[in-house]
Design a binder for this molecule. Structure first.
Ligand code: SF4
Length: 667
């Protein structure tokens, strides 16, 4: 392994890094023994090579495919465009042949040539109802997609830069259920999704995303090529991504779209029942309060039953798949069936959720997007995905999970519990159920796993300071206080700009931006004023510039060098008390006698804090400060757990000391 890794490192122009060989050897051992592995490897470890080298070796020597799953497009691109091509060439001599690799995503990620040719069917129109500008923006984006379709070689949505909103993309793509199938589709031989699948079927390494990995686990059929090892990078995001794939929703617009898709294919009286269901949904959803539903209100039960039955009647009336040569009618039927089945299955799941509250959570939300209120949406999501992962992932193949943040409070336990892996401190913990009727396996099926922290090449104690503003009052509900803004102003001025402001809400990010633009001379960019990637580029280019924002910045900013020397966190990022999933998970743990707050809310906050603090040191020469302007980090009982989740920076509570240190860096 040592020689192979050295060859690979040389091929990408890198140097040997501490922890990299330890990780590569641990991954190799896991693959050989079949025991699952969680590896925490700090930024700069070179962890992608540390898992790719043993993975490639296994794939070539055993003739088996290895799947590598990532959460972000940036990492996918890094693997496919940079690491794998060089690695494959460099290992050819040692392995006897050049390893092959391919990228595979869900069908919805590829341009559908058939839809491009025939046009999109009626889509749920909820997005358009309240936003006249959305209509013209949609037209512009679809025009751009048509232009792009004549240039692209892969049809992969992620290659489109800048991207387009989901609604525009839906006009040129299909779901797996809507697809006609390669043999029936007139474009089957040129189909981008089919070509990608075929290439993946021949490859040693298949790079995919957590969503497709979840679909592969959730569906009864295989969408990924047969494989015996899965490597999950950015594994701290796995549970959220799997949860979102397992979440379904219902709106009046969806049912109205199904009515239009049924169109002339069905008798009027049958379609009328579906139309009535759509009206019923709109009426009832408008009357219901937003938030989690612990009981099923009678009117909602009635409308869900009407919807379920109306969708079922339409599905039955459309009849079984007829092998017809008439592509237009097959297409229309597929499109109607795909939406009807989704509506039917979601209604059934929502009705059953109230009998199985340890499995699914239902809530109503009315989102506001770009200042425009959207019609209410009823959603259903699994309370946990541990049972699913244990049954459909860990029981199926050797799984290696890695990220810079996998230990919280100094241990893998919190994340291992969410994944359904046994935890030493609480081996008897029952894995939570899932949306897919999968009971947690019996305890004699307990998967074996190891956890290893290979550390970080950075010297956190020497390169970074953790400053906690202990003197500030704990943050309240009424926005940022004058004392907070004074503190922030002092820190930014000492740092000479160079500040990434991570706020727990968009409202707070905007308030800080508006208040400080009048008070400091350094430019401040605020998330939402332009595309996030463009804002991050501007921030990186100009050292004096600051960038304020919320959730996606906590995890997605990678700016090495002097442009980022201060990371400010406004408050501990607990989930909102009215967050339906987090509050339901917390309650479920408390009902089993556990500490719901620590297991759910504090774990969520610890993961985000660790990710946020991880924005500071991105290269060996980086120096700076992580400033947490929430005194609860040192005064509250859970503070110790949160602090133990952060990198081991030198810590101070003295504002004078930290401003002095920032000023010295700024010289
Ligand atoms: S096979 Fe499916 S995805 Fe491919 S072009 Fe045809 S309908 Fe579209």
């Amino acid at each position: 392994m040592k020689e192979l890794l050295a060859t690979a490192v040389e091929s990408v122009g890198g140097t040997e890094r501490p922890g990299q060989l330890t990780m590569a050897e641990a991954v190799q051992k896991a693959i050989r023994t079949g025991s699952h592995l969680a590896v925490q490897a700090g930024t700069g470890t070179g962890k992608s090579l540390a898992y790719l080298v043993p993975a490639v070796r296994h794939a070539v020597e055993k003739g088996k495919c290895v799947v590598v799953s990532t959460a972000t497009i940036a990492l996918q691109r890094q693997l496919v465009d940079r690491d794998l091509p060089r690695l494959a060439k460099s290992l050819k001599g040692a392995l006897g042949r050049e390893p092959t690799f391919a990228i595979l995503k869900g069908r919805r990620n590829y341009l559908c040539l058939h839809r491009l040719d025939t046009g999109a069917p009626d889509e749920p129109d909820d997005d358009m109802l309240f936003d006249p500008f959305a209509v013209s923006a949609l037209g512009r984006n679809v025009k751009r997609l048509f232009e792009w379709s004549s240039e692209t070689e892969t049809g992969d949505r992620d290659e489109l830069n800048p991207g387009v909103p989901d609604q525009a993309w839906r006009q040129v793509s299909v779901t797996a259920k809507e697809c006609l199938g390669k043999d029936k589709c007139p474009f089957g031989t040129d189909c981008y999704a089919e070509l990608a699948r075929a290439e993946a079927g021949r490859a040693d390494i298949v790079v995919t995303n957590h969503a497709l990995l979840a679909i592969d686990a959730l569906q009864g059929y295989q969408v990924l090529p047969e494989h015996d090892v899965v490597i999950i990078d950015e594994a701290h995001e796995l549970v959220d991504r799997v949860t979102s794939v397992a979440t379904s929703e219902l709106t009046g617009g969806m049912v109205s779209a199904a009515v239009k898709r049924c169109g002339r294919q069905l008798a009027e009286d049958i379609v009328d029942r579906l139309e009535e269901a759509a009206e019923g949904i709109r009426e009832i959803f408008d009357d219901l309060p937003q938030g989690r539903l612990d009981q099923l209100p009678r009117p909602l039960e009635a409308v869900l039953k009407v919807t379920r039955d109306a969708a079922h009647t339409c599905i039955t009336a459309l009849g079984p798949d007829r092998s017809t040569k008439d592509v237009d009618s097959t297409t229309a039927r597929r499109q109607a069936l795909a939406l009807l089945e989704e509506i039917h299955d979601t209604s059934v799941r929502m009705l059953e959720a109230f009998d199985h509250q340890d499995r699914d959570v239902v809530w109503l939300s009315a989102d506001v997007i770009n200042g425009n209120p959207r019609p209410p949406v009823l959603r259903v999501a699994p309370l946990g995905v541990a049972g699913l992962l244990r049954e459909r992932l860990f029981a199926e193949c050797t799984t290696i999970l890695t990220s810079a943040t996998l230990t919280l409070g100094g241990s893998f336990d919190a994340l291992a519990r969410q994944w359904g892996l046994p935890v030493e401190a609480a081996p008897a913990q029952k894995a939570a159920g899932t949306a897919t009727d999968i009971a947690p396996p019996a305890d004699d099926d307990v998967p074996s796993w190891d956890g290893i922290d290979v550390g970080s090449p950075f010297s956190h104690e020497k390169s970074g300071i953790l400053y906690v503003a202990r003197h500030l009052p704990p943050p309240g509900r009424d926005g940022l206080t004058p004392a907070f803004l004074d503190e922030l102003e002092g820190l930014i001025n000492a740092a000479g700009g160079r500040t990434l402001g991570l706020f727990s809400s968009m409202r707070a990010a905007k308030q800080a931006t508006e208040a400080l633009r009048d008070r400091i001379e350094h430019p401040i960019l605020c998330q939402g004023e332009d595309s996030t990637s463009l804002l991050v580029s501007k921030f990186a280019e100009d050292e004096a510039t600051c960038l304020f924002g919320t959730l996606s910045l906590w995890q997605g900013v990678d700016v090495p060098g002097p442009s980022l020397q201060l990371v400010v966190v406004d408050r501990i990022p607990f989930p909102r008390p009215d967050d339906p999933l987090a509050s339901a998970r917390q309650r479920a743990i408390e009902s089993r006698g556990g500490n719901g707050f620590l297991t759910v809310a504090a774990t969520h906050a610890a993961l985000l804090l660790a990710q946020g603090a991880g924005r500071l040191l991105r290269s060996n020469d980086d120096r700076g400060v992580v400033a947490i302007l929430d005194s609860r980090l040192v005064t509250a009982r859970y503070g110790g757990f949160l602090r133990a989740s952060l990198p081991p920076f030198w810590t101070t509570y003295d504002p004078g000391v930290v401003r002095g240190a920032l000023a010295r860096l700024n010289k």
